[in-house]
Design a protein around this ligand. Structure first.
Ligand code: ATP
Ligand code: MG
Length: 874
C-alpha cells in the first residue's frame, strides 16, 4: 500500500472504472437540477436519479463520477469524528440495468486490493443479513473468510426511500487497528467508534416496494456505489482523520497559523480547527455552484456554515475576518479537478468575505445580549431560555437560532422550542398576508379547465390564425354564450403568447364571422392551456363558434426586441463581469426589459457602458437568430445556457441570438439582431443581497427615451433662461456659483442684523425685584436665540432672559439665568414650564438654561408677562 495523494486517488478510481467500460462524467453541481426533493446534492447517486427512473436516458449504461457532496445532517459530528465532513467528494460507479452484484463486488475488491494494494486482511465486507447472494459472492468468489464478513440488519444495510426501488447494500470497512477502537469485545464493522471505518457502500437496487411491505424483484436492476474520497485517502495516507489528508491538511495548517495554535495540543481547539477547515471547504464549493447566503433554503445552509466557521474562529481567539485567505487555499488545492473554482475566484472570495463581515457585526452585539439572557436564566435557576428571547435575538438582531441553541446548550440551557416555533410561524403568516393573493385565478375556476385539451400554439410562426371557441368563462363559471362584459376565452389554437418565462402575454383582437368583436387584453397560460382575457366590444360569441385571432403585432414586435436584448445582455454581462453571472429573474414587456442577475457589487459606470456597447455591437452586425427544438442533451452540446434549477421536458427549445448567446427559452424573439434597433440601459440597482437588476429598453423605446430627455433638456434650458441648450450645464454651474455667493452675502447681512438686534434688545433690560430681566419675542432661528440667551447670562450674573421665537407654525421658548440669579432663586426651567403652559406647551430644563415649545402663538404676550410676575414674587 503506497502513499497516494487525494488528487491521484480520484484519477485512479475514475480511470479504473473507465477500463471497465464506464463513461466518466464530471461532478454535477451541488445544486440539484430539476429535483425539488433535495436541497443539496448529498451523494453520487442523487443527481443520477433521473437515469435510474428512466425519466431521462443515461448517456451510457455504465457511468462513473467523483461527485461533490454536502451533508448537513452530519454538521454536528464534524470535527468530533474522524470520518465526517459537511463537504466531501464521493467516488461512485453506476450501472443502469446493466451489470449487477457479481461485477460490482469483484471490481470494488480489485480496485482496493490490486490497484491500491490495500492488504485484504484489513478489509471487512458487510452484507444485509438476508442477502445470501452477496454473502456467497464475498465468501466463494472473492475468498473472504467467513469471520471477516459481517451480517447487518435492515437499518444499516438496506437502502430504501419510501416506496419504489430499493435493495440491500454491501459495505466495505477498513480496520484501522485496535488503537482506534472503543475496546468493547463486540467492536466490529457497524460499531460507531473510529476503528472500523466504512469506506465504500455498494447498493444493489433489486426490489420494488409497493409500500405495504411487498417486495417484488425489479426487471431492471441497478448498481449505485459510493466511496468517500477523503476517507480512502485517509487510509492510503495512514493519517488519523480526513482533515489530515494532504489537500485538506494544507488548509488545516493555515487555520492553525491564523489562530496561532498548535494542532494536537488541546481537544476543544482541535475540534474548532477541524470545523473551520471543513466549513471553509463547504462554503467555497457551495458559492462556486451559485449558492448565495440568505435566510432560506440552501442559502441558509451556506449562511449557517459560514457563521459557524466564524464562531469557531472566535472560540480560537482569532480576531477579525479570516475566511478569505482560507478559501483561497481551498481554491488552489482543488482547482485542478474543479476549474470553476479558479474561474469564479474573485466572486467566491467576495461572497465569503462579505458574509463574514456582516456576521461579525451581528455577532458582536448579539453575543452580548445572549450572555445577558443566559446569566439571567441561570440566576433564576431556569433550565431554558424563553422562545420569545430567542425569537427577539433572531428577529431584531439577525442572530441565527441554531447559534443561540448551540451557545445555550454549552451553558446547559435549552430553548423553549414550542414557543419559538409558534412565534416564527406567526411571523411567516404575517409576511404571507402582507404579500396578498397574487394569482387571480381561484382553484374552482382552474377546475373548469381540467377537461380541456392543451392549446395548439402557432404564435412562433404566425401573428393571426383561425380557431374554434372551446370555452367561455365568466365570473368563475362557464357560459355557452356571451354578449357583454369581461371574460376568459379558450380556443383550440392560438397565436397569442401566454405570459411565461418572464415575458408578458400578448394582446390583440378576435373577431367572429358574424361580426362580433373582442379585444384581448392579456393572455395567460396554465398547463398548456392558453387563457385569453377578453372584453366584448360588439356582437355575441358562443362555444363552438369560429373566430379569427390576431395579435397586436407592433406590441409583440416591441416585446420581441426587449426579450432578445435580455439574452444579449446576459451574454455581455458574463463577458464583462464574469461567469458567476447567472439569471435570477427577468421581465419583458413592450416598454422595457428588466434583468436580475447574481453579482455582488454595484456595476461601475464603465462596466455599464461596456455592457451596453457589446449588446449594441451585436445588434449592429445584424446577425441571424434561430430557434431549434431538440433534446436537452443536444441543447447542452450546442452550449445552451439553461435556467438554474428549472425542469425541462423531453424536448427543449434552444434560442440562438446572433453568435454570442444560446439559451433555452420559450419566448418570442427577433429573427435578426438588427431588428432590435438599439439597446439602452436605463438603470442598474440592487434587488437583494448578491442580486443586481438592470432595466433597459430597445427599438422605439430608445427613441421615446431620447424624446423624453430632449423635452427635459428644453424645459431645463427654458427654466435656466438659456436659449442655447448646449450651454445649459455651464449656465447651471454659473447659477450655482452665483447662488453660493448670494447666500454668503445674505448670511453676513443676517448676522449683522442679529448683532444689532441683540444690542437693541440688551438696551431693553430692566430691573424686576432682585433681578435684571430681558424678556422679548425675537422670532429668530432657535440656535440664534440660544446664543442670545447665553450672552445675557454671561454679561449679567444677576440677569434672567426669557425669549419667545415664532418660526412659521412653530413656537419655542428659550430662557437663561446668570449664576447670581440662580443663587437668588431664579430657575429658568421652572419659569418656562409655567409660561409655556399658557401657550399649550410643555417642557422645562436646568436652572441656568432651558428650552420649551408651545402651540398657541396668540398667547405669547401673556406668557412673557407671566415671566415678569414670577420673578417679581421671588
Ligand atoms: P457513516 O455511517 O459513516 O456516516 P454513511 O452510511 O452515512 O456513513 P453512505 O451514505 O453510505 O455513508 O455514503 C457512502 C460513502 O460516502 C461512505 O461509505 C463514506 O465513505 C462516504 N461518506 C458518507 N458520509 C460522509 C461524510 N459526512 N464525510 C465524508 N465521507 C462521507
Ligand atoms: Mg452518515
Amino acid at each position: 500500500m503506497k502513499w497516494t495523494s487525494l488528487n491521484e486517488l480520484r484519477e485512479k478510481f475514475l480511470s479504473f472504472f473507465e477500463s471497465k467500460g464506464h463513461l466518466r462524467l464530471p461532478s454535477f453541481s451541488l445544486v440539484p437540477q430539476g429535483d425539488k426533493s433535495l436541497l443539496l446534492i448529498n451523494s453520487g447517486m442523487a443527481p443520477m436519479k433521473k437515469y435510474f427512473t428512466r425519466e431521462e436516458e443515461p448517456p451510457r449504461d455504465r457511468v462513473c463520477t467523483c461527485q461533490k457532496c454536502i451533508r448537513t445532517p452530519d454538521l454536528e459530528r464534524v470535527g468530533h469524528t474522524a470520518r465526517h465532513g459537511t463537504y466531501f467528494e464521493m467516488l461512485g460507479n453506476f450501472s443502469f440495468a446493466d451489470y449487477f452484484k457479481n461485477e460490482a463486488i469483484a471490481w470494488a475488491w480489485e480496485f482496493l486490493t490490486v490497484t491500491l494494494e490495500i492488504p485484504a486482511e484489513l478489509l471487512w465486507p458487510s452484507v444485509y443479513e438476508r442477502d445470501d447472494e452477496a454473502y456467497a459472492i464475498w465468501r466463494d468468489k472473492i475468498g473472504v473468510p467467513e469471520e471477516h464478513i459481517v451480517k447487518l440488519g435492515k437499518a444499516d444495510n438496506f437502502w430504501e426511500h419510501g416506496t419504489g426501488p430499493c435493495g440491500p447494500c454491501s459495505e466495505i470497512y477498513f480496520d484501522r487497528g485496535e488503537k482506534y477502537g472503543c475496546g468493547s469485545p463486540d467492536c466490529k464493522p457497524g460499531c460507531d467508534c473510529d476503528r472500523f471505518m466504512e469506506i465504500w457502500n455498494n447498493v444493489f437496487t433489486q426490489f420494488d416496494n409497493d409500500g405495504k411491505g411487498n417486495y417484488t424483484e425489479l426487471k431492471n436492476k441497478n448498481i449505485d456505489t459510493g466511496m468517500g474520497l477523503e476517507r480512502l485517502a485517509c487510509v492510503m495516507q495512514g493519517v488519523d482523520n480526513l482533515f489530515e489528508v494532504d489537500t485538506v491538511r494544507a488548509l488545516l495548517d493555515a487555520v492553525c497559523d491564523k489562530a496561532g495554535k498548535k494542532y494536537g495540543e488541546k481537544t476543544s481547539d482541535d475540534v474548532s480547527i477541524r470545523v473551520i477547515t471543513d466549513h471553509t471547504r463547504s462554503a467555497t464549493f457551495m458559492i462556486s455552484d451559485g449558492v448565495i447566503p440568505s435566510n432560506e433554503g440552501r442559502g441558509y445552509v451556506l449562511r449557517r456554515i459560514i457563521r459557524r466557521a466564524c464562531r469557531h474562529g472566535k472560540l480560537l481567539g482569532i480576531e477579525g475576518a479570516f475566511l478569505r485567505p482560507l478559501s483561497e487555499i481551498v481554491i488552489s488545492q482543488n482547482e485542478g479537478a474543479y476549474p470553476e473554482l479558479r474561474a469564479k475566484y474573485d466572486y467566491i472570495l467576495k461572497v465569503i468575505g462579505l458574509e463574514e463581515e456582516r456576521f461579525n457585526a451581528t455577532i458582536d452585539s448579539g453575543l452580548g445580549i445572549l450572555s445577558g439572557i443566559i446569566d439571567a436564566a441561570k440566576s433564576e435557576d431556569k433550565s431554558e431560555i424563553s422562545g420569545a428571547d430567542a425569537f427577539k435575538l433572531y428577529d431584531t438582531f439577525g442572530f441565527p437560532p441554531d447559534l443561540t441553541r448551540e451557545i445555550a446548550e454549552e451553558s446547559g440551557l435549552k430553548i423553549n422550542e414550542d414557543e419559538f416555533t409558534s412565534l416564527m410561524n406567526e411571523q411567516k403568516a404575517r409576511a404571507r398576508a402582507a404579500r396578498g393573493n397574487i394569482s387571480g385565478w381561484t382553484d374552482s375556476s382552474k377546475n373548469l379547465l381540467s377537461s380541456l385539451p392543451e392549446t395548439e400554439f402557432l404564435g412562433y410562426e404566425s401573428t393571426e390564425c383561425e380557431a374554434k371557441i372551446l370555452s367561455i368563462i365568466t365570473e368563475g363559471e362557464t357560459a355557452e354564450e356571451l354578449s357583454e362584459g369581461e371574460f376568459s376565452l379558450i380556443l383550440d389554437k392560438t397565436v397569442f403568447y401566454g405570459e411565461g418565462g418572464g415575458q408578458v402575454g400578448d394582446s390583440g383582437e378576435i373577431v367572429t364571422s358574424d361580426g362580433a368583436k373582442i379585444t384581448v387584453l392579456d393572455t395567460k397560460k396554465t398547463n398548456g392551456i392558453y387563457i385569453h382575457e377578453c372584453r366584448i366590444d360588439a356582437g355575441a360569441i358562443k362555444v363552438g363558434g369560429a373566430v379569427k385571432a390576431k395579435i397586436d403585432v407592433s406590441r409583440r414586435d416591441a416585446i420581441r426586441r426587449n426579450h432578445s436584448s435580455a439574452h444579449l445582455l446576459q451574454a455581455a454581462l458574463r463577458s464583462v463581469l464574469g461567469t458567476h453571472v447567472e439569471q435570477a429573474g427577468s421581465y419583458v414587456d413592450e416598454n422595457r426589459v428588466r434583468f436580475d442577475f447574481t453579482h455582488l457589487s454595484a456595476m461601475t459606470a464603465e462596466e455599464i457602458a461596456r455592457v451596453e456597447a457589446i449588446v449594441n455591437e451585436n445588434i449592429l452586425t445584424a446577425e441571424p437568430c434561430e430557434t431549434v427544438v431538440t433534446s436537452p442533451d443536444e441543447a447542452k452540446k450546442m452550449g445552451a445556457m439553461a435556467l438554474f434549477g428549472e425542469k425541462y421536458g423531453k424536448l427543449v427549445r434552444v434560442v440562438k441570438i446572433g453568435s454570442s448567446s444560446t439559451e433555452l427559452c420559450g419566448g418570442t424573439h427577433v429573427s435578426s439582431t438588427g431588428q432590435i434597433g438599439l439597446f439602452k440601459i436605463i438603470s442598474e440597482s440592487s434587488v437583494a443581497a448578491g442580486v443586481r437588476r438592470i432595466e433597459g429598453t430597445t427599438g422605439l423605446g430608445v427613441l421615446t427615451l431620447l424624446s423624453e430627455r430632449d423635452a427635459l433638456i428644453s424645459e431645463t434650458a427654458k427654466e435656466l433662461k438659456s436659449p442655447n441648450v448646449n450651454a445649459i450645464a455651464k449656465k447651471a454651474g454659473g447659477i450655482q456659483a452665483e447662488l453660493k455667493e448670494a447666500r454668503r452675502e445674505l448670511d453676513a447681512a443676517n448676522s449683522k442684523i442679529a448683532e444689532m438686534k441683540a444690542e437693541a434688545l440688551l438696551s431693553g433690560i430692566k430691573t424686576v425685584g432682585k433681578f435684571k430681566l430681558l424678556c422679548a419675542r425675537v422670532d429668530m432661528r432657535a440656535d440664534a436665540v440660544r446664543t442670545l440667551a447665553d450672552t445675557v447670562k454671561s454679561k449679567y450674573p444677576d440677569g434672567v432672559a426669557v425669549f419667545a421665537a415664532v418660526d412659521g407654525e412653530k413656537l419655542n421658548f428659550v430662557a437663561s439665568a446668570g449664576s447670581e440669579a440662580v443663587k437668588l432663586g431664579a430657575h429658568a426651567g421652572n419659569i418656562l414650564r409655567e409660561i409655556s403652559a399658557i401657550c399649550g406647551g410643555k417642557g422645562g430644563g436646568r436652572p441656568d438654561s432651558a428650552m420649551s415649545g408651545g402651540k398657541d402663538v396668540s398667547k405669547v404676550k401673556d406668557a412673557l408677562a407671566e415671566a415678569e410676575n414670577i420673578l417679581a414674587k421671588i
